[in-house]
Ligand binder design. Sequence first.
Ligand SMILES: [Ca+2]
Length: 384
Amino acid sequence: MKKVVFFSVLGIVLAAGIVFTLFWDKKDEANDVGKKQDSVQQDAKEVMKKSVEVSVSNDGNVNANHLYIPWTINKNGSSFFLSQREGSVIQIDGDFGLVKVEDVKVSKAIFHEGEGGFLGFTLAPDFNQTKMAYAYHTYQKDGKPLNRIVSLKLEKDTWKENKVLLEGIPGGKSNSGGRIKVGPDGMLYATTGDVGKSDNAQNLKSLAGKILRMTVTGAIPKDNPFKDSYVYSYGHRNPQGLAWDNKGNLYSSEHGESGHDEINLIQSGKNYGWPVIQGNEEAKGMVKPIIQSGDSTWAPSGMAFKDGKLYVASLAGKKIFSYDVTSKKLHEFYAEAGRLRDVLVDNNELYTITSNRDKRGKATEKDDRLIHLSLTEEASTKQD
Ligand SMILES: [Ca+2]
Protein backbone atom coordinates (compact mmCIF):
# COMPACT_ATOMS: atom_id res chain seq x y z
CA MET A 1 0.00 0.00 0.00
CA LYS A 2 2.65 2.47 1.02
CA LYS A 3 4.85 3.57 -1.83
CA VAL A 4 7.48 5.52 0.00
CA VAL A 5 8.52 5.98 3.58
CA PHE A 6 10.91 8.79 4.35
CA PHE A 7 12.83 9.35 7.54
CA SER A 8 14.18 12.84 7.40
CA VAL A 9 17.15 13.68 9.56
CA LEU A 10 16.19 16.92 11.19
CA GLY A 11 17.66 16.74 14.66
CA ILE A 12 20.30 19.40 14.09
CA VAL A 13 17.91 21.86 12.48
CA LEU A 14 15.38 21.34 15.29
CA ALA A 15 18.00 21.65 18.02
CA ALA A 16 19.08 24.91 16.41
CA GLY A 17 15.45 26.00 16.56
CA ILE A 18 15.31 25.37 20.30
CA VAL A 19 18.52 27.31 20.92
CA PHE A 20 17.17 30.14 18.84
CA THR A 21 13.89 30.19 20.80
CA LEU A 22 15.70 30.26 24.14
CA PHE A 23 18.01 33.02 22.94
CA TRP A 24 15.06 35.00 21.66
CA ASP A 25 13.21 34.60 24.96
CA LYS A 26 16.20 35.85 26.91
CA LYS A 27 16.61 38.83 24.66
CA ASP A 28 13.02 39.83 25.21
CA GLU A 29 11.24 40.18 28.53
CA ALA A 30 10.33 36.51 28.76
CA ASN A 31 12.83 35.60 31.49
CA ASP A 32 10.10 34.35 33.78
CA VAL A 33 9.00 31.65 31.37
CA GLY A 34 9.99 29.30 34.19
CA LYS A 35 9.81 25.62 34.76
CA LYS A 36 6.63 24.98 32.80
CA GLN A 37 8.34 26.23 29.70
CA ASP A 38 11.35 24.02 30.52
CA SER A 39 9.10 20.97 30.62
CA VAL A 40 7.54 21.95 27.29
CA GLN A 41 11.02 22.39 25.84
CA GLN A 42 12.05 19.02 27.25
CA ASP A 43 9.10 17.32 25.59
CA ALA A 44 9.93 19.15 22.37
CA LYS A 45 13.48 17.78 22.55
CA GLU A 46 12.20 14.25 23.11
CA VAL A 47 9.95 14.42 20.05
CA MET A 48 12.54 16.18 17.99
CA LYS A 49 15.12 13.47 18.58
CA LYS A 50 12.89 11.49 16.28
CA SER A 51 12.77 12.71 12.73
CA VAL A 52 9.48 13.56 11.10
CA GLU A 53 8.40 10.38 9.35
CA VAL A 54 6.36 10.73 6.17
CA SER A 55 4.64 8.12 4.05
CA VAL A 56 3.11 8.72 0.63
CA SER A 57 0.63 6.16 -0.68
CA ASN A 58 0.34 4.96 -4.27
CA ASP A 59 -2.45 7.43 -4.91
CA GLY A 60 -0.47 10.33 -3.45
CA ASN A 61 -1.99 10.57 0.01
CA VAL A 62 0.27 11.73 2.81
CA ASN A 63 0.58 10.68 6.44
CA ALA A 64 3.23 11.92 8.88
CA ASN A 65 4.40 11.01 12.39
CA HIS A 66 6.52 12.69 15.06
CA LEU A 67 5.08 16.18 14.74
CA TYR A 68 4.97 18.40 17.83
CA ILE A 69 1.61 19.99 18.73
CA PRO A 70 0.63 20.99 15.20
CA TRP A 71 -2.14 23.61 15.02
CA THR A 72 -3.00 24.33 11.40
CA ILE A 73 -2.96 22.36 8.15
CA ASN A 74 -2.34 24.27 4.92
CA LYS A 75 -1.93 22.72 1.49
CA ASN A 76 -0.58 24.43 -1.60
CA GLY A 77 -0.40 22.24 -4.69
CA SER A 78 1.07 19.02 -3.38
CA SER A 79 2.89 20.68 -0.46
CA PHE A 80 1.65 20.73 3.13
CA PHE A 81 2.53 23.51 5.58
CA LEU A 82 1.79 22.57 9.19
CA SER A 83 2.24 25.17 11.92
CA GLN A 84 3.50 23.83 15.26
CA ARG A 85 2.55 25.59 18.48
CA GLU A 86 6.12 26.01 19.75
CA GLY A 87 6.86 28.19 16.72
CA SER A 88 7.82 26.40 13.54
CA VAL A 89 6.34 25.32 10.22
CA ILE A 90 6.78 21.79 8.86
CA GLN A 91 6.70 21.71 5.08
CA ILE A 92 6.06 18.31 3.50
CA ASP A 93 6.40 17.75 -0.21
CA GLY A 94 3.48 15.46 -1.03
CA ASP A 95 5.08 14.10 -4.20
CA PHE A 96 8.27 12.82 -2.65
CA GLY A 97 7.61 13.02 1.10
CA LEU A 98 10.55 15.34 1.70
CA VAL A 99 10.40 17.41 4.88
CA LYS A 100 11.65 20.89 5.73
CA VAL A 101 11.51 22.45 9.17
CA GLU A 102 11.04 26.19 8.82
CA ASP A 103 11.84 28.63 11.62
CA VAL A 104 9.56 31.55 12.41
CA LYS A 105 11.38 34.82 13.14
CA VAL A 106 9.16 37.46 14.65
CA SER A 107 10.10 40.71 16.40
CA LYS A 108 8.31 39.70 19.62
CA ALA A 109 9.14 36.19 20.82
CA ILE A 110 6.52 33.48 20.50
CA PHE A 111 5.35 32.66 24.03
CA HIS A 112 4.39 29.00 24.18
CA GLU A 113 2.56 28.40 27.41
CA GLY A 114 -0.90 27.10 28.34
CA GLU A 115 -3.02 27.18 25.19
CA GLY A 116 -0.95 29.97 23.68
CA GLY A 117 1.92 29.88 21.22
CA PHE A 118 2.14 29.91 17.44
CA LEU A 119 -1.50 29.16 16.63
CA GLY A 120 -3.32 30.06 13.42
CA PHE A 121 -1.21 30.14 10.26
CA THR A 122 -2.66 30.56 6.80
CA LEU A 123 -0.97 30.89 3.43
CA ALA A 124 -1.89 34.00 1.46
CA PRO A 125 -4.21 33.25 -1.50
CA ASP A 126 -1.40 34.55 -3.75
CA PHE A 127 1.31 32.58 -1.93
CA ASN A 128 2.78 31.22 -5.16
CA GLN A 129 3.69 34.77 -6.21
CA THR A 130 4.26 36.45 -2.84
CA LYS A 131 5.47 33.66 -0.47
CA MET A 132 3.33 35.33 2.18
CA ALA A 133 1.29 33.94 5.07
CA TYR A 134 -0.63 35.31 8.06
CA ALA A 135 -0.23 34.10 11.62
CA TYR A 136 -1.69 34.56 15.11
CA HIS A 137 0.73 34.09 17.99
CA THR A 138 1.10 34.69 21.69
CA TYR A 139 3.86 36.99 23.02
CA GLN A 140 4.61 38.73 26.29
CA LYS A 141 4.54 42.35 27.35
CA ASP A 142 5.46 43.38 30.89
CA GLY A 143 5.28 39.71 31.87
CA LYS A 144 1.72 39.29 30.60
CA PRO A 145 0.64 37.16 27.64
CA LEU A 146 -0.94 38.92 24.66
CA ASN A 147 -1.69 37.83 21.11
CA ARG A 148 -0.83 39.46 17.81
CA ILE A 149 -1.47 38.99 14.12
CA VAL A 150 1.41 39.33 11.67
CA SER A 151 2.15 38.74 8.03
CA LEU A 152 5.15 36.53 7.31
CA LYS A 153 7.25 35.98 4.22
CA LEU A 154 9.07 32.73 3.44
CA GLU A 155 12.70 33.44 2.66
CA LYS A 156 14.77 30.32 2.07
CA ASP A 157 13.65 28.14 4.99
CA THR A 158 12.58 30.90 7.39
CA TRP A 159 9.27 32.67 7.85
CA LYS A 160 10.25 36.28 8.53
CA GLU A 161 7.92 38.87 10.00
CA ASN A 162 6.78 41.17 7.23
CA LYS A 163 4.26 43.42 8.98
CA VAL A 164 2.49 43.58 12.32
CA LEU A 165 -1.23 43.72 11.48
CA LEU A 166 -2.64 43.90 15.01
CA GLU A 167 -1.10 43.71 18.49
CA GLY A 168 -2.40 43.73 22.04
CA ILE A 169 -5.16 41.14 21.68
CA PRO A 170 -5.70 39.95 25.28
CA GLY A 171 -3.92 36.67 26.07
CA GLY A 172 -4.04 34.12 28.84
CA LYS A 173 -3.36 30.53 29.74
CA SER A 174 -6.69 29.40 28.33
CA ASN A 175 -9.36 30.48 25.84
CA SER A 176 -6.88 32.05 23.45
CA GLY A 177 -8.87 31.59 20.23
CA GLY A 178 -6.28 31.74 17.46
CA ARG A 179 -7.75 30.55 14.16
CA ILE A 180 -6.95 32.81 11.22
CA LYS A 181 -8.16 32.50 7.63
CA VAL A 182 -8.68 34.63 4.54
CA GLY A 183 -12.36 34.71 3.58
CA PRO A 184 -13.92 34.59 0.11
CA ASP A 185 -14.16 38.41 0.34
CA GLY A 186 -10.35 38.62 0.55
CA MET A 187 -10.47 39.83 4.17
CA LEU A 188 -8.52 38.26 7.02
CA TYR A 189 -10.64 36.80 9.84
CA ALA A 190 -9.31 35.84 13.29
CA THR A 191 -10.98 34.22 16.29
CA THR A 192 -10.10 35.53 19.75
CA GLY A 193 -11.01 33.94 23.09
CA ASP A 194 -12.27 35.61 26.25
CA VAL A 195 -9.00 34.50 27.97
CA GLY A 196 -10.96 33.41 31.03
CA LYS A 197 -12.51 36.86 31.62
CA SER A 198 -16.02 36.35 30.33
CA ASP A 199 -17.01 40.04 30.51
CA ASN A 200 -14.57 40.71 27.66
CA ALA A 201 -16.90 38.94 25.25
CA GLN A 202 -19.73 41.50 25.56
CA ASN A 203 -17.38 44.50 25.70
CA LEU A 204 -17.09 45.92 22.19
CA LYS A 205 -14.00 47.86 23.23
CA SER A 206 -12.12 44.63 24.04
CA LEU A 207 -10.58 42.55 21.25
CA ALA A 208 -11.17 39.38 23.34
CA GLY A 209 -14.08 36.98 22.76
CA LYS A 210 -14.61 38.17 19.19
CA ILE A 211 -14.27 37.32 15.56
CA LEU A 212 -12.13 40.06 14.02
CA ARG A 213 -12.05 41.13 10.38
CA MET A 214 -9.30 43.14 8.72
CA THR A 215 -7.62 43.69 5.38
CA VAL A 216 -4.53 41.61 4.70
CA THR A 217 -2.42 44.66 5.53
CA GLY A 218 -4.13 45.14 8.90
CA ALA A 219 -6.53 47.99 8.12
CA ILE A 220 -10.12 48.14 9.37
CA PRO A 221 -12.43 47.48 6.38
CA LYS A 222 -14.91 50.28 5.69
CA ASP A 223 -17.83 47.85 5.79
CA ASN A 224 -17.04 46.41 9.24
CA PRO A 225 -20.16 46.63 11.46
CA PHE A 226 -18.76 48.91 14.18
CA LYS A 227 -17.05 52.19 13.40
CA ASP A 228 -13.23 52.11 13.64
CA SER A 229 -13.34 48.58 15.02
CA TYR A 230 -11.89 45.24 14.00
CA VAL A 231 -14.86 43.50 15.66
CA TYR A 232 -16.98 41.51 13.20
CA SER A 233 -19.01 39.49 15.75
CA TYR A 234 -18.98 39.28 19.55
CA GLY A 235 -20.18 37.35 22.57
CA HIS A 236 -17.80 34.44 21.92
CA ARG A 237 -16.08 32.37 24.61
CA ASN A 238 -13.32 30.50 22.80
CA PRO A 239 -13.91 30.22 19.05
CA GLN A 240 -11.26 28.14 17.30
CA GLY A 241 -12.67 27.20 13.92
CA LEU A 242 -13.63 29.11 10.76
CA ALA A 243 -15.12 27.77 7.53
CA TRP A 244 -17.14 29.22 4.66
CA ASP A 245 -19.69 27.36 2.57
CA ASN A 246 -19.98 27.73 -1.22
CA LYS A 247 -22.33 30.68 -0.85
CA GLY A 248 -19.91 32.58 1.39
CA ASN A 249 -21.69 31.91 4.70
CA LEU A 250 -19.23 31.85 7.60
CA TYR A 251 -19.38 29.23 10.34
CA SER A 252 -17.36 29.15 13.54
CA SER A 253 -16.81 26.49 16.21
CA GLU A 254 -16.62 27.56 19.85
CA HIS A 255 -15.76 25.95 23.19
CA GLY A 256 -18.45 26.23 25.86
CA GLU A 257 -17.66 26.46 29.56
CA SER A 258 -18.76 22.95 30.46
CA GLY A 259 -20.30 21.14 27.55
CA HIS A 260 -22.46 23.50 25.43
CA ASP A 261 -19.90 23.66 22.67
CA GLU A 262 -21.29 25.49 19.69
CA ILE A 263 -21.27 25.82 15.94
CA ASN A 264 -22.48 29.29 14.97
CA LEU A 265 -23.48 30.85 11.67
CA ILE A 266 -21.55 34.12 11.88
CA GLN A 267 -23.07 37.34 10.61
CA SER A 268 -21.66 40.83 10.66
CA GLY A 269 -22.30 42.73 13.91
CA LYS A 270 -24.22 39.95 15.67
CA ASN A 271 -23.95 39.02 19.35
CA TYR A 272 -23.48 35.30 20.04
CA GLY A 273 -24.41 35.55 23.68
CA TRP A 274 -21.50 34.55 25.90
CA PRO A 275 -21.55 34.84 28.93
CA VAL A 276 -25.22 35.88 29.10
CA ILE A 277 -26.50 32.79 27.30
CA GLN A 278 -24.96 29.50 26.22
CA GLY A 279 -26.16 26.41 24.41
CA ASN A 280 -29.82 26.71 23.49
CA GLU A 281 -30.64 29.50 25.93
CA GLU A 282 -32.27 32.55 24.40
CA ALA A 283 -32.06 36.29 24.98
CA LYS A 284 -33.17 39.29 23.00
CA GLY A 285 -30.57 40.52 20.52
CA MET A 286 -28.46 37.39 20.89
CA VAL A 287 -28.00 34.62 18.34
CA LYS A 288 -28.21 30.92 19.23
CA PRO A 289 -25.87 28.34 17.71
CA ILE A 290 -27.03 26.22 14.77
CA ILE A 291 -26.02 23.21 16.86
CA GLN A 292 -24.58 22.72 20.34
CA SER A 293 -23.26 19.75 22.29
CA GLY A 294 -25.59 19.90 25.31
CA ASP A 295 -23.93 18.33 28.32
CA SER A 296 -21.29 16.48 26.33
CA THR A 297 -17.99 18.04 25.36
CA TRP A 298 -16.57 18.38 21.88
CA ALA A 299 -14.00 21.14 22.44
CA PRO A 300 -14.26 21.86 18.72
CA SER A 301 -11.39 23.43 16.80
CA GLY A 302 -10.55 23.57 13.08
CA MET A 303 -13.32 23.18 10.50
CA ALA A 304 -13.79 22.63 6.78
CA PHE A 305 -16.85 22.72 4.53
CA LYS A 306 -17.56 20.24 1.73
CA ASP A 307 -20.76 19.21 -0.13
CA GLY A 308 -23.19 20.70 2.37
CA LYS A 309 -21.35 19.43 5.44
CA LEU A 310 -19.12 20.99 8.03
CA TYR A 311 -16.27 18.73 9.19
CA VAL A 312 -15.14 19.68 12.68
CA ALA A 313 -12.01 18.52 14.54
CA SER A 314 -12.58 18.03 18.22
CA LEU A 315 -10.03 17.92 21.04
CA ALA A 316 -11.71 16.57 24.19
CA GLY A 317 -14.28 14.84 21.95
CA LYS A 318 -11.38 13.03 20.21
CA LYS A 319 -13.17 12.86 16.88
CA ILE A 320 -14.09 14.51 13.64
CA PHE A 321 -17.80 14.98 13.30
CA SER A 322 -19.71 16.14 10.28
CA TYR A 323 -22.79 18.32 10.39
CA ASP A 324 -25.09 18.58 7.40
CA VAL A 325 -26.28 22.18 7.48
CA THR A 326 -29.44 21.35 5.47
CA SER A 327 -30.64 18.06 6.98
CA LYS A 328 -29.13 19.06 10.38
CA LYS A 329 -27.76 15.55 10.81
CA LEU A 330 -24.73 15.05 13.00
CA HIS A 331 -22.44 12.17 12.17
CA GLU A 332 -19.30 10.85 13.80
CA PHE A 333 -16.83 10.58 10.96
CA TYR A 334 -13.60 9.46 12.64
CA ALA A 335 -12.57 8.83 16.24
CA GLU A 336 -9.41 6.75 16.32
CA ALA A 337 -6.47 9.02 17.00
CA GLY A 338 -7.12 11.01 20.17
CA ARG A 339 -7.28 14.80 20.30
CA LEU A 340 -7.70 16.49 16.91
CA ARG A 341 -6.89 20.17 16.24
CA ASP A 342 -7.59 20.91 12.61
CA VAL A 343 -9.16 19.51 9.49
CA LEU A 344 -8.53 20.27 5.82
CA VAL A 345 -10.57 18.99 2.91
CA ASP A 346 -8.93 18.75 -0.51
CA ASN A 347 -11.31 17.32 -3.15
CA ASN A 348 -12.31 13.95 -1.69
CA GLU A 349 -9.41 13.75 0.74
CA LEU A 350 -9.60 14.88 4.33
CA TYR A 351 -6.56 15.57 6.48
CA THR A 352 -6.44 16.01 10.23
CA ILE A 353 -3.73 16.55 12.87
CA THR A 354 -3.53 15.18 16.39
CA SER A 355 -2.83 17.26 19.49
CA ASN A 356 -1.83 14.47 21.83
CA ARG A 357 1.40 16.14 23.03
CA ASP A 358 -0.31 19.25 24.39
CA LYS A 359 -0.25 17.83 27.97
CA ARG A 360 -3.93 16.94 27.83
CA GLY A 361 -3.71 13.88 25.62
CA LYS A 362 -2.17 10.43 25.70
CA ALA A 363 0.64 10.54 23.19
CA THR A 364 1.69 7.39 21.39
CA GLU A 365 5.14 6.90 19.90
CA LYS A 366 3.76 8.14 16.55
CA ASP A 367 2.31 11.41 17.87
CA ASP A 368 1.67 13.98 16.86
CA ARG A 369 0.40 12.88 13.46
CA LEU A 370 -0.91 14.16 10.13
CA ILE A 371 -3.61 11.67 9.13
CA HIS A 372 -5.18 11.18 5.71
CA LEU A 373 -8.80 10.00 5.47
CA SER A 374 -10.95 9.53 2.40
CA LEU A 375 -14.33 11.21 2.16
CA THR A 376 -15.52 8.61 -0.31
CA GLU A 377 -14.72 5.66 1.96
CA GLU A 378 -16.51 6.51 5.18
CA ALA A 379 -13.98 6.34 7.97
CA SER A 380 -16.60 5.52 10.55
CA THR A 381 -20.25 4.58 10.31
CA LYS A 382 -21.06 5.14 13.95
CA GLN A 383 -24.00 7.48 14.41
CA ASP A 384 -24.06 10.04 17.18
CA1 LIG B 1 -23.18 31.40 22.06
